[in-house]
Design a protein around this ligand. Structure first.
Ligand code: 5AD
Ligand code: FES
Length: 344
């Protein structure tokens, strides 16, 4: 049996197999990996791709992650936060364009207390009963997660960044705790959120061993979503001299994750599209089944600068939506007007 059949049939991978797949130059092997991953995705989701409208709430962040352009020590970062009205406008626009999931993402901005956030979530929940509300607002207290859930949020994205505590401590300042982040993910799941974890591919100090731990962590958490994208070297951050993560490694990992978790929601990320003009299409062809076009107001787009050279900073929501649809159609896929929930 080939190594790809083995991974697909057992839904398991050994460290040696992971090492081989990530380092091989055997084009046939990689093509068989890609084809198998796409076949598995097709058997669960067909040629349908779910879209999520991304609303970038705030570029303020209290954290100081060493890789991120929005880290608090980056004095060059332009800070903004959307007003309540601006957020509703994004949703309105998004709903009209066919989005049935709103992803509200932001830095860990102390301004967005529960007191301010809860009524916003409750209003969106009331206005759009047929939509999913996804939050991506970093680490908060269990009580806060619970209150946001009770107000109507359904899903939460919190990348674990790395499943190796030592690796985590080389990417984050000492005051940030790997254990706390992992605890947050389990709490979110317990509360009842559909949960997404994830990591950067090719982050500084990442090894095949740490990646293997990431796969093991995904196996034990059993998230509904896994977001992965290449690390992108970003100016004015402590890790600016490290090289970008590789597109090819990201694609191989997408395919592996699809084989290990046939039902998982797997986005073809903006970071992948940033490092390669057809990165997102390639992601879909390697087993991804979600895209997240941007709904943020045009005048703030370029200021949500997590990493350098981010795409889609000059296009209106409608333009990104049309662009994505066109790109997917060209490779034989279509977007659906649906919440796009995880399928057991
Ligand atoms: N390159 C790629 N991805 C990044 N992220 C943060 N900084 C970078 C970077 N320089 C990712 C992190 C974070 C998500 C919102 O963006 O994984 O969780
Ligand atoms: Fe934004 Fe193509 S998706 S410009």
């Amino acid at each position: 049996m080939s190594i790809v059949d083995q991974i697909r049939d057992t839904k398991d991978i050994t460290p040696d197999e992971l090492n081989l797949i990530l380092n091989t130059e055997d084009k046939e092997l990689i093509e068989s990996l890609r084809a198998a991953a796409r076949e598995v995705a097709n058997s669960v989701y067909g040629n349908k791709v779910f879209t999520r409208g991304l609303i970038e709430l705030s570029s303020f962040c209290r954290n100081d992650c060493l890789y991120c352009g929005l880290r608090r020590s980056n004095g060059e970062a332009v800070r903004y936060r959307l007003s309540e009205e601006q957020i509703y406008k994004c949703c309105e626009n998004g709903y009209r364009l066919g989005f049935r999931t709103f992803v509200m993402q932001g830095g860990e901005d102390g301004w967005f207390t529960d007191e301010r956030l809860l009524p916003i979530i409750a209003n969106i929940r009331k206005r759009y009963p047929d939509c999913a509300i996804t939050l991506s607002l970093g680490e908060r207290s269990r009580d806060s997660y619970q209150a946001l859930y009770d107000a109507g949020a359904n899903r939460y994205l919190l990348r674990h960044e790395t499943a190796d505590p030592d690796h985590y401590s080389r990417l984050h300042p000492a005051e940030m705790s790997w254990q706390h982040r992992i605890d947050c993910l389990y709490q979110l799941k317990e509360i009842g959120y559909q949960v997404g974890c994830g990591f950067m591919v090719g982050s500084p100090y990442q090894t095949v061993e740490t990646l293997y731990k990431d796969l093991q962590f995904i196996r034990s958490l059993q998230p509904h979503m896994v977001g992965i994208g290449p690390f992108i070297s970003t100016h004015n951050t402590p890790l600016e001299t490290f090289p970008n993560g590789k597109v090819s490694t990201t694609l191989r990992l997408l395919a592996i994750i699809r084989l290990l978790h046939p039902h998982v929601l797997l986005p073809a990320t903006t970071a992948l599209g940033t490092l390669h003009p057809q990165g997102r299409e390639q992601g879909i062809l390697h087993g991804a089944n979600v895209v997240m076009p941007n709904l943020s107001p045009l005048d703030h787009r370029k200021d949500y600068a997590i990493y350098d050279n981010k795409i889609c900073t000059g296009e209106e929501a409608a333009e990104c939506q049309a662009c994505i649809e066109h790109r997917l159609r060209r490779i034989g896929f279509e977007t659906v007007v649906a919440r796009g929930d995880f399928k057991e």
